[in-house]
Design a protein around this ligand. Structure first.
Ligand SMILES: Cc1cc2nc3c(=O)[nH]c(=O)nc-3n(C[C@H](O)[C@H](O)[C@H](O)COP(=O)(O)O)c2cc1C
Ligand SMILES: [Fe+2]
Ligand SMILES: [Fe+2]
Length: 396
């Protein structure tokens, strides 16, 4: 538990989770994650979001340690996902006078998960809530990354309570502010949080960035990861870049292979790309590296070349999982190459071709397929596939 003052009346309360292996039971978090809640102690007392339910007891204790016998007047719900609303019922039980602040969609969700709240304030864009010295102003940012998502802006301190936007995987190991920590550690974790959780909603993120542009933001307080107060542009510029698919020249090569034949094909392509001067080449075995990490590089580099051996008339399942993830995220604007290996009637490349059809990415070259060991003619085809990718990247 970290309890840190952000400004005169505003407290950060963060809980580190080093136990959970998979966030949302899907994304690996080897460095853990923090759940951040915020408390404003003024003439009125307001909480902004709560925490995951495993922290309920500590959370209530820490609120009490800061406000004593006073009551919590408001709970602002920027985001209803259970990792932030987990303490909602416990909070209402302890502070029955609390008024929930949210939008129409928030309360529909509250009801479907927990209860029909008795005391609510329904807010619309630019409505404000006076707490005394502090004043919160609200704006919805739909689908970043849930329908009810909104932000709260404290107009005097310029603190933006951003919900999941600008959040990060990774616990807060002592430091909580961007200037207290070495951001190299968070480079991958902020991006993974974005690509894994928010990445499907790039267009909505772009809209949100524009919608918040007129606010004079002096601090960004997200529900996970560091609080940004010194170099806000570090995270803002990255969000802008990623959500606009502003990618670098580079190629991610992913393959699924049991006996190494498909892998050999991948190595041939990678080597040729390097000979053609491409420095950013990342080769991944889909059975080894989780999609959470591969997706990051797919958001970084425009080229994507994917290979699969045939497996029971279809794609190798671990490659299939990655492609399903990419498809569900609606990743845009890539250059694509496909290849594969088989023994009898194939299946891998056929499924890859269906993926190509669905994604509508530009396919730089015809599919390259080999039966068993790699032979001279197919090797030549792989070189041509790599050349086509290099040419397209150069002309972009
Ligand atoms: C469980 C299993 C299922 C397979 N299913 C197919 C298939 O449906 N069609 C096919 O042409 N080859 C199939 N194969 C053969 C492989 O695709 C072939 O051996 C290929 O060369 C393997 O490539 P790799 O060395 O990259 O693993 C299968 C192999 C295994 C072990
Ligand atoms: Fe969320
Ligand atoms: Fe979250």
């Amino acid at each position: 538990m970290l309890q840190v003052r952000l400004s005169g009346d505003i407290w950060f309360m963060g809980f580190n989770d080093r136990r959970t292996h998979l966030f949302e039971n899907i994304w690996p978090i080897p460095h853990g994650i923090s759940y951040n809640s915020y408390l404003i102690i003024d003439e009125k007392i307001a909480l902004i979001d709560t925490v995951e339910r495993q922290f309920i007891d500590d959370y209530l204790d820490h609120i009490a340690s800061l406000i004593g016998d006073r009551q919590v007047d408001y709970l602002v719900i920027n985001h209803m996902e259970p990792d932030h609303s987990g303490a909602l019922k416990a909070l209402i039980t302890k502070y029955p006078g609390v008024t929930l602040v949210g939008n129409k969609k928030t309360f529909q969700l509250v009801e479907s998960y927990y209860l029909k709240p008795e005391k609510v304030v329904e807010v619309y864009d630019d409505d404000t809530l006076e707490l005394g010295r502090n004043k919160l102003q609200f704006r919805t940012i739909p689908m970043v990354h849930w329908p009810e998502t909104m932000v709260s802006y404290e107009v005097n301190s310029g603190i933006l309570f951003a919900g999941d936007a600008f959040g990060s995987y990774g616990t807060l190991d002592g430091g909580i502010f961007d200037d207290e920590i070495n951001l190299d550690f968070y480079e991958v974790e902020v991006m993974r949080y974005f690509t894994n959780i928010v990445g499907k909603y790039c267009a909505h993120t772009q809209r949100a960035i524009k919608k918040l542009a007129d606010l004079e933001i002096r601090m960004i307080a997200a529900t996970h990861g560091p609080v940004w107060r010194t170099d806000l542009n570090w995270v803002l510029s990255r969000y802008n870049k990623w959500s606009s698919y502003d990618m670098e020249n580079g190629v991610v090569i992913v393959y699924g292979s049991m006996y190494g034949n498909t892998q050999k094909m991948a190595e041939v392509v990678a080597r040729r790309l390097a000979e053609r001067g491409i420095k950013n080449i990342r080769v991944y075995d889909a059975s080894k590296t989780h999609a959470s990490y591969i997706i990051n590089d797919i958001f970084k580099y425009r080229g994507f070349i994917v290979g699969s051996c045939a497996y029971n008339n279809a794609i190798f399942p671990n490659v299939g999982t990655l492609l399903t993830t990419i498809e569900h995220m609606g990743v845009k604007n890539h250059l694509l190459g496909i290849f594969g290996n088989y023994s009898w009637n194939g299946g891998g490349v056929k499924s890859l071709a269906e993926f190509a059809e669905k994604m509508k990415w530009e396919q730089v070259y015809a599919p390259v397929e080999e039966k068993g060991a790699l032979k001279v003619d197919t090797r030549e085809e792989l070189l041509r596939l790599a050349d086509a990718m290099a040419d397209k990247l150069a002309s972009n």
